[in-house]
Design a protein around this ligand. Sequence first.
Ligand code: SF4
Ligand code: MG
Length: 334
Amino acid sequence: QNALLEINDLHTGFNIDGEQYHAVKGVSFNVGSKEVVCVVGESGCGKSVMSLSIMQLLPKHNGSIDKGQILFKGKDLADLTESEMNSVRGKDISMIFQEPMTALNPVLTIGFQLDEVLLNHTDASKEQVRKKSIQLLKDVGISRSEQIVHEYPHQLSGGMRQRVMIAMAIACEPALLIADEPTTALDVTVQAQILELIKKIQNDKGMAVMLITHDLGVVAEMADKVVVMYAGQVVEQSDVDRIFHDPKHPYTKALLGSIPKLDEKEEELYTIKGIVPSLKNMPKQGCRFVDRCPEAMPECKQIDPQLGETNKGHAVRCLLYETSQPGKKAEVRA
Ligand code: SF4
Ligand code: MG
C-alpha cells in the first residue's frame, strides 16, 4: 500500500557562484490520502524549497533535485515530462501560496482566471465552466460570486483573494493540496476563517493537505501528522498529540516554548536565540542546530545525528537519543 505522496531522501540544491548548496538535504516523509500533514519550522528551513520541488517549480537557472524520489501515487514526479507535469499541477496536486496577489494575474478578471483552470483540465464548454466557477466561489464562502467573476484581483481584500486562490486550487478536486503559509499575510480573524475553510474543504472532498507553516497554533488546529524541519532536514516527526505533549528534539521544544500566550507581553516571549544558518554557512559536519541548542554536547559538532524512531511513529534526529546515533538504527518514516 503506497502513500499518496512519498518523499524519499530528497536533496534539492542551488548553484551559487559555481558551488552546489543543499537547501533540502535528505528529507523523507509520507502524506497519506485524506491526511493533513503540517511541515513546520522557521523561515529558511527548506519548507518552501521542498514544496517547490514536489511541484517541479524550482528556478530553472540554478535549482535542481540532485537525489531522492518524490513519488505521487507511486510515480516519481521527477520522471514526468513538462507537459505531463502540467497536467498533474492543478488536477492532481494544487498549491496555494502566502501572497495570493502575486499568484493571481492583475490584468485578468477573477472569472477568467478561474475558468482557465477548468478549461485546461476538463472538456466542459465555456458556459458550463462559468457556472462551475460561480459555484466554486460560493463554495469558498464568496456570496457575491456572480459579481466577483467580473472583478480584478486588486478590487478584493487579501482574505477574498486567498478564497479565490483556494477556489482555483480545488476546482479540479485534486487529491493533494499543498498550502505554503496560506494565512501568514492575512490579519488574525481572516486567518482563522481561511484555516476553517481549508479544514472544511479537506473534510468534504476527502483531500490530503500538506500545510507549510511556522505557526504552531496553526499546527495544533489542523494537523494529523507533524514534520518539523530545521536547516533542510527533518528533525522530528510524529502525530500531532505527541509533538505537543511529548516533544523530543530541542528545536521542537524551543518552537513550542515560543508560542505566544495571551497573558504574556510581547517582550517577555521566549524566542530561540540565533538564526537558521544560511546555505553558505551550513556546518559541514555534526548537528545543524548545534549553535542554537541549549542541550548541545561536545560530540554534537562532530557526529551527524540520524533520524531514528524513539517510539513507533515518532522519529527524532538528535544525539540525546540513542536511536539517532549513526550505526544504531536505519532511517525511518512516521
Ligand atoms: Fe542539540 Fe546535540 Fe541534539 Fe543537535 S544533536 S539537537 S546539538 S543535543
Ligand atoms: Mg517559506
